[in-house]
Write a protein that binds this ligand. Structure first.
Ligand code: FAD
Length: 445
């Protein structure tokens, strides 16, 4: 492939953003809140989205958000936001979201709201001739050029492949679940189990919950096993118990099989102590004083944990038993899993990827290809050998981004930060600054 001359080529963009879900919108929303969006769009930003709308696909899930409604509304508060976003303050979907300011909105509402945010961003982008939103357009690969620019090869549903040249690319193509390769015991890959397997991603969808309801209704005394001990596992436990079919479950018939207990969110240390929750100093976020701010169960997942653990003020939930994997022998584990009516792997997400090609035409091995963290602290994509790419960034579900303590994170946090609020705030800001610092360096060179 021959590359256009970067100096004479008239349409070198600032940035190509690949993916129009909450992750891809994040840096744009950070810029909007900080009065940087018009300037960025003047330099040329093209967002490529494979689907027909912006805002992602949280609407496919039949559960509630584990972020408060207020966290979604924050991006509309700053005075400096462009008009189309400002008008959203009076939109019906915003009024619906405001009802959940201090509660956990249903994900279909979050999805409707993010769809409207996406429409507002589309209107803003349309005012800047150098920038564009291209729907139904799939990025096929990102090529690193010898001159330091990137080339993104994309094709729209009906049109030919085309190439966009930019100073930076942001890969925001969502996440994928990784349970298939995981083993429960030596020689026992979870995918080999004989029971009906429904990973959390499938189970929490509207169709998945309907099927799970039927399975629970006809389960008899067979167990239902949730594999995992974090957010998805407890969200699944809550969702299953809400189903009509769960009414007939006996004590301990729903099993959460975990390797370690989950961490739980509390607004402060005193609240944790009242709830009998032991707090290690490293669980406390130094910026906010919150306990397990990043890693703790929230929302309905937290509610169900409190009921299982019979915490003060709640009715104890006896239909769920928590088992520690280390306490089960391999044979018992296999029997438990194989004889279950339903097994739900809830083992987290890693980033989806697209091919990144070096200047010699070779596909680079990304750390994310081997289920590692796709980015480092500066949100740059990291190769399998640990090298960070200078001007290709990653954001969104499963990237493995770990906030710094300054961003407001408990020192003991070792998981991933998958949060729309973070995409629109610290993570979006990190990417914006990275792109613009890089641009300044290129201009000086
Ligand atoms: C069940 C569940 C509940 C969650 N609840 C919350 C919550 O309450 N609060 C919270 O903050 N976070 C939550 N998250 C975590 C996370 O913030 C969300 O999953 C969020 O929607 C992730 O956004 P994303 O942009 O990374 O992915 P997606 O929403 O999947 O968006 C990726 C986009 O990229 C597009 N795309 C993919 N490949 C290409 C390509 N090659 N070219 C062009 N476009 C492409 C896709 O069409 C899609 O629109 C939840 C996650 C899950 C799974």
């Amino acid at each position: 492939m021959s590359w256009p001359d970067p100096v004479r080529h008239a349409s070198i963009l600032s940035t190509v953003i690949i993916g129009g879900g909450p992750g891809g919108l994040g840096p744009l929303l950070w810029a909007a809140q900080n009065d940087r969006l018009p300037g960025w769009l003047e330099k040329g930003v093209i967002l490529l989205e494979r689907g027909g709308r912006l805002g992602g696909s949280l609407g496919r899930y039949g559960i509630n958000s584990d972020s408060l409604g207020g966290s979604y509304l924050e991006c509309l508060a700053p005075d400096v936001i462009p008009d189309p976003m400002r008008r959203l303050r009076d939109d019906g979907v915003t009024a619906d979201m405001a009802l959940y300011r201090d509660a956990y909105p249903p994900l279909p509402l979050v999805d409707r709201y993010m769809g409207r945010i996406g429409q507002a961003i589309t209107e803003i982008v349309a005012r800047h001739p150098a920038s564009e939103i291209r729907l139904r357009t799939e990025a096929r690969s990102v090529h690193l050029r010898p001159d330091g620019l990137v080339a993104v090869v994309a094709s729209s549903r009906d049109g030919p492949a085309h190439t966009l040249i930019a100073r930076a690319a942001v890969v925001a193509v969502g996440g994928r679940q990784t349970w298939r390769d995981q083993t429960l015991a030596p020689g026992f890959p979870i995918a080999d189990c004989r029971a009906r397997l429904m990973p959390s991603n499938e189970l929490l969808s509207h169709e998945g919950l309907a099927e799970a309801n039927e399975i629970l209704r006809t389960a008899g005394d067979r167990r239902v096993v949730i594999v995992g001990g974090s957010h998805s596992a407890y969200a699944v436990a809550w969702a299953l118990l809400e189903l009509r079919g769960a009414r007939q479950l006996g004590d301990g018939q729903l099993v959460i099989l975990q390797r370690r207990p989950p961490r739980v969110f509390y607004p402060d240390k005193a609240a944790a102590e009242v709830d009998d929750y032991p707090v290690d100093p490293g669980d406390i976020c130094p910026r906010t004083g919150r306990v397990n701010r990043m890693g703790g169960l929230r929302g309905h997942g937290r509610d169900i944990w409190r009921r299982i653990m019979a915490r003060p003020g709640v009715t104890a939930e006896t239909r769920i038993a928590i088992l520690d994997m280390a306490d089960l022998g391999d044979a018992d584990l296999r029997t438990l899993i194989d004889e279950a009516a339903l097994v739900a792997p809830c083992l987290g997400y890693r980033s989806a990827t697209i091919p990144i090609i070096d200047e010699h035409g070779r596909r680079l091995a990304l750390r994310a290809d081997a289920d590692g963290d796709s980015v480092g602290d500066d949100c740059r994509l990291v190769l399998a050998d640990g090298t960070a790419l200078p001007n290709v960034y990653g954001i969104g579900l499963g990237t493995g981004f770990r906030p710094t303590l300054a961003m407001g994170c408990e020192p003991n946090f070792s998981g991933q930060a998958n949060s729309l609020w973070l995409y629109q705030n610290d993570i979006g800001g990190t990417i914006y600054r990275g792109i613009h610092e890089k641009k300044a360096a290129l201009a000086a060179a």
